[in-house]
Design a protein around this ligand. Structure first.
Ligand code: DOR
Ligand code: ZN
Length: 459
């Protein structure tokens, strides 16, 4: 049995529910097993009952398809707002996510302009409400020059960049990281960290392929950045983004932080590719490092998975290596790729459901990611026998390419958001029904059962 993530992840008390309006029947993943399953859902899209035999309601028979919770991607860059011609938006990115089985995403602040003021968070919330087709959770930048307390009134969490990357939000290497973390911890909101230490970069020559990119931003830079987090207040919601090695994952755990790994660091390595399309921060690592990271993830020591969806346009990525931007798309392929690893027997289904659905929801204290009474009815219907090869031309991201071209994947056939179908037979049938979700502050030593996550309304 994979280890439970440590730290502040706790089960929420389910909220009271009424009788079902609709009952979905078939088979599903429930309490660690696949079994015959019925899920009752009320008119607000909340699960009223789960079990072998749920009475009442209109019946929807899902036949042989397997009901799984939909996923929550803790790390995307939807570029909204962005400069004209940006290859993603809340409209395109959320459709892409829905088709990949993801019903909520955390959107990062390195947009243009960056999410550094409450006014910009409020603008993002308005954009989400106008265009999002799944739920979006907007984060703000944590920097010495941002007003953390004011941002915390509207944002759902913070991203701290310890190194330069797309968007120039990296803090100076001399920044008092402990002080920043103390300020953010006082808000009770989660802090996600891009952990690379530029003092350990090797800028000697211009890297021209991924192997050299790895050497220029090496694993030791990640470890060194993690060491800067030692001085964080106990009990804060500290989360390390995109760990690239087993050592980084272990150190994050030792520090009392949660962590995520990306599908690209879990499935790709420098030995497979070399061009600008595989340029990403932090870099892809050697095959042996990738394998060790996979084993660490498989064994449950990296509690979560997230895409770090970074949709740069084809034309920018076609530039020579030194000029090409870093990042790769992944929100639509994250869950289907990992479902395929489950089908092949390389990963336990329970491990995937914990990493992609349950643990991210518990980390943000949101009532989703589990097929349980009181949770939102956000779920998928999957058939492991229906596989297809990933092709950029079939994806909904506007960036027009994928680092996983040609790989087998298990895409969900149906996706239900609050009990309403948004994907049918692999086609998007939803609409602008996504909400801007607010993560509630969770202060150390307070009740673990603080009120949930009401949608934030833009004034
Ligand atoms: O490769 C990356 N691309 N790493 C990041 O941290 C940011 C991302 C982007 O937004 O393009
Ligand atoms: Zn990122």
């Amino acid at each position: 049995m994979p280890a439970r993530p440590r730290g502040r992840i706790r089960e929420r008390a389910p909220r009271p529910s009424s009788s079902p309006e609709v009952v979905f029947e078939g088979r599903g993943y429930w309490r660690g097993k696949i079994s015959a399953l019925e899920i009752g859902v009320d008119e607000e899209g909340i699960i009223t009952q789960v079990g072998r035999n749920v009475r009442g309601g209109r019946r929807v028979d899902l036949g042989e398809r397997l009901m799984l919770p939909s996923a929550l991607d803790l790390h995307v860059h939807f570029r909204d707002p962005g400069p004209p011609g940006s290859p993603e938006s809340f409209a395109s990115g959320t459709k892409s996510a829905a088709l990949g089985g993801i019903s909520a995403v955390v959107d990062m602040p390195n947009t243009v302009p960056p999410t550094t003021t409450p006014e910009r968070v409020i603008d993002k919330i308005a954009r989400i409400q106008a265009h999002a087709q799944i739920d979006v959770i907007p984060f703000a930048a944590l920097r010495p020059d941002t007003n953390v307390a004011r941002l915390a009134r509207v944002a759902s969490g913070f991203k701290l960049y310890l190194a330069p990357t797309t968007g120039d939000l990296g803090v100076d290497t001399g920044t008092d990281v402990g002080e920043l973390l103390r300020e953010a911890a006082a808000t009770g909101l989660p802090v996600h960290v891009h952990a690379e230490d530029p003092r350990k970069f090797n800028p000697r020559d211009q890297p021209r392929e991924t192997d050299a990119w790895d050497r220029s931003r090496p694993e030791i830079a990640e470890i060194s950045a993690l060491e800067k987090l030692r001085d964080h207040p106990a009990g804060m919601r500290l989360h390390v983004a995109h760990v690239t090695s087993a050592g980084a994952a272990r150190l994050a755990r030792e520090l009392g932080a949660s962590s995520e790994a990306t599908p690209h660091h879990l499935l790709l390595s420098t030995s497979l590719f070399g061009n600008s399309f595989q340029k990403v921060n932090p870099p892809l690592r050697a095959e042996s490092t990738r394998k060790a990271l996979w084993e660490t993830f498989r064994d449950g020591l990296v509690p979560m998975v997230a895409s770090d969806h970074a949709p740069h346009s084809l034309s920018l990525k076609e530039a020579p290596f030194p000029e090409a931007p870093s990042g790769m798309p992944g929100v639509e392929t994250l869950f289907p790729l990992l479902l395929e690893t489950v089908r092949r027997g390389d990963l336990e289904l329970s491990r995937l459901i914990h990493a992609a659905c349950r643990n991210p929801a518990l980390h943000l204290d949101l009532p989703r990611g589990r097929l349980e009474k009181g949770c939102e009815a956000n779920f998928l219907a999957v058939d492991f026998r229906v596989r297809r090869k990933i092709r950029a031309k079939d994806l909904s991201t506007l960036c027009g390419w994928t680092p996983f071209e040609g790989r087998e994947a298990v895409f969900p056939l149906e996706h239900y958001l609050l009990g309403k179908r948004i994907v049918d037979d692999g086609e998007f049938v939803g609409g602008v029904r996504g909400r801007s979700l607010r993560v509630a502050p969770l202060l150390p030593k307070k009740s673990p059962h603080l009120p949930g996550s009401p949608p934030v309304r833009a004034p």
